[in-house]
Design a protein around this ligand. Structure first.
Ligand SMILES: [Zn+2]
Ligand SMILES: [Zn+2]
Length: 442
């Protein structure tokens, strides 16, 4: 009997050993380990997502208990981290690479997806994809990527948007097999030797879709990067008031350098040494805004711009950060693609025009502005006008309604300043899709 038991026990032990092996000795491909973690999370107790992602990490490196949420900084050698701010025309797309770990924040627009760039970089797996918010210039290009590249986890905010592009994106995500998570402020995820923390959105609902943008801080050794999507003043204020550690060496300037954000207060809270602006040359919004450039410069920040410098690559060794090119700190604001006149006006305008008055994008204003978020940014008309320009323009367009007026039309007085677009030429206005006001008949 005893002998018999012993044989059974040995047999059982062998089986257990085999099961154990099959569970942990999977081929070390990232795909396998991520999907395995995804499966296990459904059966295991509901741990927080950060614990889960750490598990992925710890399984790959050493089998430490995935408890500590903070990244353990290895005193020895850190794998190089590269942050590629891609030139995707008018939009955002940022590729982050560390060893063989990859992450993408937004994918540009459908017209200018960063998919080709990812292919050139031989990216066949993305550990994380962040779809900051549902605007076309951020998620449009993600469609091709989600459909063609394997993805571990997609993080996107809890907000819907009625647009064909967003519907298409959601369908692609549903078929991708990727795990989909909503951002929770404070959650920390590991990416190789780096880690990132979700810092926004903080509230559940906003009037403007841009404020739903996921903002995150990426840490690599002593270096840090802050990515802000298209957040505006409201979200910036919430982030500041939340007392999170948002200091960073590199700031991805919010909303393509629009004056809807990047307040002096926010800049001083982040204290970056470098700022990256992602926008198209001659974009129809006039990004980046002159006052934003001025504020960055006043804070002694080196500026890099995809509209003037194409894709920008920052490299971190954990101690210092280097760039693949020199900064461009010129005060060259984006110009509305109307006439040369605008450019003249912009460059002639005094650079320090009453900072308080001109950078008057206050929270009150923002709350009054119900921006038609259903209009995809690529087709939308300019949403803001440098105030220095509006005084001399014979016509004023309304970015919200798509109408244009004589500058002395009574409608102009009632218009939200953020929607005012100076127009110097009637034909250009018509070409841009503006409709003449029926009251003033411009
Ligand atoms: Zn955008
Ligand atoms: Zn947006």
């Amino acid at each position: 009997m005893k002998k018999h038991n012993k044989i059974i026990l040995t047999f059982l032990a062998l089986i257990l050993l085999l099961i154990g092996c099959s569970k942990y000795d999977r081929p070390e491909t990232k795909k396998a380990s991520v999907s395995e973690t995804t499966e296990s999370i459904t059966t295991e107790e509901t741990t927080s997502e950060k614990t889960e992602s750490e598990k992925t990490e710890s399984e790959k490196t050493k089998k430490t208990t995935a408890v500590a949420a903070t990244k353990e900084i290895k005193p020895k050698h850190l794998e190089k981290l590269e942050v590629h701010f891609l030139d995707v025309g008018q939009g955002d797309s940022i590729l982050i690479k560390n060893h063989d770990y990859n992450m993408l924040i937004d994918g540009g627009s459908q017209d200018q997806s960063s998919y080709n760039y990812l292919q050139d970089q031989n990216i066949d797996f993305l550990d994380y994809v962040i779809a900051t918010h549902p605007h076309e210039d951020h998620i449009g290009g993600l469609i091709e990527i989600v459909e063609n590249i394997k993805i571990g986890t997609i993080i996107m905010p809890n907000v819907t948007h009625t647009s064909e592009t967003f519907d298409h994106f959601l369908t692609s995500v549903a078929f991708s097999g990727a795990k989909v998570l909503q951002p929770a402020v404070g959650d920390i995820y590991n990416l190789g030797d780096a880690s990132f923390t979700i810092i926004a959105p903080i509230s559940d609902s906003y009037e403007d879709l841009n404020n739903y943008s996921i903002a995150l801080k990426l840490n690599h050794g002593n270096n840090s990067f802050l990515f802000t999507g298209d957040i505006e003043v409201i979200s910036e204020s919430e982030i500041i008031n939340s007392n999170q550690d948002i200091t960073a060496d590199v700031l991805k300037v919010a909303h393509h350098g629009s004056n809807t954000g990047t307040t002096d207060q926010f800049i001083k809270a982040v204290t970056p040494s470098y700022a990256i602006i992602s926008c198209a040359k001659d974009n129809s919004y006039g990004y980046p805004n002159l006052e934003v450039l001025q504020r960055l410069r006043d804070n002694n920040i080196d500026i890099y711009r995809t509209d003037l410098q194409k894709s920008i690559i920052a490299s971190s060794d954990g101690k210092s950060i280097s760039f693949n090119q020199n900064p461009n700190n010129e005060l060259m604001a984006g110009t509305l693609p109307t006439t040369e006149a605008i450019q003249t006006v912009t460059t002639q305008a005094p650079l320090s025009v009453e900072p308080q008055a001109t950078s008057a994008t206050t929270i009150e204003q923002i709350t009054q502005t119900v921006v038609p978020t259903s209009v995809p940014p690529t087709t939308a008309l300019a949403t803001e006008a440098p105030t220095t320009q509006s005084a001399v323009a014979p016509y004023i367009g309304n970015a919200n309604t798509g109408k244009f007026h004589h500058s002395n039309c009574s409608s102009v007085d009632q218009m939200n300043p953020n929607n005012k677009v100076p127009i110097f030429d009637r034909n250009t206005a018509i070409d841009q899709g503006y409709v003449p006001c029926k009251r003033c008949n411009p």
